[in-house]
Design a protein around this ligand. Sequence first.
Ligand code: HEC
Length: 142
Amino acid sequence: MKKPLNIIISIFLIFISSILSAEEDTREKVELPEMMQKHMMSNMRDHLVTINEILINMSTGELDKAGEVAEARLGMSSLESHHASHMAKFMPKAMQEAGTNMHKAASQFALKAEEGDKANAYIALSKITSTCVACHAAYRIR
Ligand code: HEC
């Protein structure tokens, strides 16, 4: 049953990479007040740091730690610290949903990591990064 899903994911990734490699920038520009822009970019840099920490913990077999980091910094538990509700008002609906998808995927990953099966945890991790890619392909703020 896993094969068809892999094929669908592959087609999706090819589709996304074709968007990213296109010369013309087709991303929708979202106007944010200067303060919000700074805040959002700082959140973003922290997202990347978090993904890196998750990968390091995965590589040393510390799945519990990977899950904790994911839940606290990217998961549904992190909404408050990212001022998500305040930021969301400035975003188109689909962009808000892309953000929610990321938080949900991170919480899902945390559950998988807690279960302790490395292969399943990696699959769940790739679902987080796919949500990063999906939003980046569609929106810009500058
Ligand atoms: C809801 C949409 C959305 C999601 C989800 C999202 N991003 Fe972003 N990210 C953006 C936008 C928009 C920009 C700014 C792009 C631009 O205008 O150049 C950005 C910029 C960034 C930057 C550049 C920061 C800088 O200072 O230049 C990094 C790094 C980044 N994102 C990492 C991530 C990672 C890692 C994830 C997933 C864990 C993620 N983002 C998820 C929308 C998103």
